[in-house]
Design a protein around this ligand. Structure first.
Ligand SMILES: *Cc1c(COP(=O)(O)O)cnc(C)c1O
Length: 382
C-alpha cells in the first residue's frame, strides 16, 4: 500500500522505545521519561495572554500571509540584532516557519535535485535525513567524534562528495552531543560552502539554552555567512513553546525566497494570533529565558554529579537541555535502563549510526525526578 520511500523513514527505533515504555507503564512501573526533548516548563504567562487577546480579534481569523506578518518579521530582526548584533532585512531575509522543523524538512525541495548529496552530521536531528529523502537527495553523514569536540572535520569529506553536495545542515549548540562551536569553525563552514557552492543551513534552536555564562553565537554573525546560508531558529526551546509551532528562517535572501516558494505551495502560514504571541515573547521581558536556564542548570548539575558518583564518565554540557554519555552498547543500555530502572533515555543510534556508544538524557523533568532516576540507576552502575 505504501510508497517505497516510506520504508526509509526513520521512526522505528523511537517507536520501539515507546512500545517498551508503554509495556512498563501497563505493568504499573512509575516510568521517568528522560527521552523527550520537550520542555516541561510552561510558556510564560504574558505570551499566553498575547495569544488570547489576538485570538479574540476577528481580523486574525483569516488566512495569514505566507511569509509571516511584517510585525513578526520585524520583531525577529530586532531580536536578532539585540541578541547577535546582526539585523536581517525583515522583507527579504526573514521567513516565518511552523517551527524550525518545517524549514528543515522543506528546504531540500528547493535546492536538491534527485541524486544530489546533502551533508549532515551523524549523530544528528533525524529531520535532516527526512527532508533529503523527500527531495530524493542522498545523505552523506559527517561523523561527529568526541576527539574533535563533536565538530565535523570538513577536510575529511571526500572531494567527489563535496563536489556533488548541494546542501549542508549543521547545528551548534548541538543536539544530541551538546557540543558547542566557535567562530573559527563557522568561518571554515563559510569557506567550504564558497569553494563547493553549497547552501548552508545552520539549525540553532538551542542558542538561548546555555549555562555558566556561555553565549552561543549565530552563524549569521560570521563574515560571509549571509552569502552562503540561512539559520533556522525557533521559539520552541527558548520560550517553552514547542506546542505552538512558530519559528523563523533568517539569512540569504535568495535561499529564503526558495524556501518560501516551496512553503507557499504546501502550507498557508502561521495563525496570526500565534505570531502576535511570538512577538510578545521576542520583544517582551527576557527574564523568563534566564529563569528556564537556571532550572535546567540545577537539573544538569544534579544529573552530572549523580552519574559521576555512580562511576560514569560524563561531560557537563555548556548548552542544550541534554546530557550525552558514553556507554558500551546504546540500545542495550537504554533497554536495561527501562527494564531495570523504569527510566527512558534515548539510544544514540536513534540519531544515526555514529551515535552508537552513547545515550542522551533530557533535562526536561523536575529535579526530584532526576534525583530519583539517579537513585534507581544504582542497580546498573558500571
Ligand atoms: C527541537 C529541535 C528542532 C525543531 O524544533 P521546532 O519545534 O520545530 O522549532 C530543530 N532542530 C533540533 C536540533 C532540535 O532539537
Amino acid at each position: 500500500m505504501y510508497a517505497a520511500r516510506m520504508g526509509d523513514l526513520p521512526p522505528y527505533l523511537f517507536a520501539r522505545i515507546d512500545e517498551m515504555k508503554a509495556r512498563q507503564i501497563a505493568r504499573g512501573v512509575d516510568v521517568i521519561d528522560l527521552g523527550v526533548g520537550d520542555p516541561d516548563l510552561p510558556t510564560p504567562p504574558h505570551v499566553v495572554d498575547a495569544l488570547c487577546r489576538a485570538a479574540r480579534d476577528p481580523h486574525n481569523h483569516h488566512y495569514p500571509s505566507y511569509a509571516g506578518m511584517k510585525e513578526f518579521r520585524e520583531a525577529v530582526a530586532i531580536w536578532y540584532s539585540r541578541r547577535f548584533g546582526v539585523s536581517p532585512d525583515p522583507d527579504k531575509e526573514v521567513l516565518a516557519l511552523m517551527g524550525s522543523k518545517d524549514g528543515i524538512a522543506h528546504i531540500a525541495e528547493a535546492f536538491v535535485n534527485p541524486g544530489d548529496i546533502v551533508l549532515a552530521a551523524s549523530p544528528g536531528y533525524p529531520v535532516y535525513r527526512t527532508g533529503t529523502l523527500f527531495a530524493q537527495g542522498k545523505l552523506h553523514g559527517m561523523p561527529l567524534f568526541e576527539e574533535h569536540g563533536f565538530l565535523p572535520v570538513l577536510e575529511d569529506i571526500p572531494r567527489a562528495v563535496a563536489e556533488r553536495a548541494r546542501l549542508m545542515f549543521f547545528n551548534y549548540p548541538n543536539n544530541p552531543t551538546t557540543a558547542i562551536a566557535d567562530q573559527k569553525f563557522f568561518i571554515e563552514v563559510v569557506e567550504f560552502a564558497r569553494e563547493h557552492d553549497i547552501v548552508v543551513v545552520h539549525d540553532n534552536p538551542y542558542s538561548e539554552v546555555a549555562y555558566d555564562g556561555y553565549q552561543a553565537p549565530s552563524f549569521l554573525s560570521t563574515d560571509g555567512a549571509g552569502e552562503v546560508g540561512v539559520e533556522m531558529h525557533s521559539l520552541s526551546k527558548t520560550y517553552n513553546m514547542t506546542g505552538w509551532r512558530i519559528g523563523m528562517a533568517c539569512g540569504n535572501a535568495d535561499i529564503i525566497a526558495g524556501l518560501s516558494r516551496v512553503k507557499t505551495n504546501v502550507d498557508s502560514g502561521v495563525f496570526n494570533a500565534v505570531q502576535y504571541a511570538a512577538i510578545s515573547a521576542l520583544l517582551g521581558p527576557q527574564d523568563c529565558v534566564r529563569e528556564s536556564c537556571a532550572v535546567y542548570q540545577a537539573r544538569r548539575d544534579t544529573l552530572v554529579k549523580g552519574l559521576r558518583e555512580l562511576g560514569y564518565a560524563v561531560t557537563s554540557p555548556k548548552a542544550t537541555f541534554y546530557v550525552w554519555m558514553g556507554v558500551e552498547d546504546s540500545m542495550q543500555f537504554a533497554t536495561a535502563m527501562l527494564e531495570k530502572a523504569g527510566i527512558v533515555v534515548t539510544p544514540g543510534t536513534g540519531f544515526g549510526p555514529e551515535g552508537e556508544g552513547y545515550v542522551r538524557f533530557a533535562l526536561t523533568r523536575p529535579i526530584e525526578r532526576i534525583q530519583e532516576a539517579v537513585g534507581r540507576m544504582r542497580v546498573l552502575a558500571p
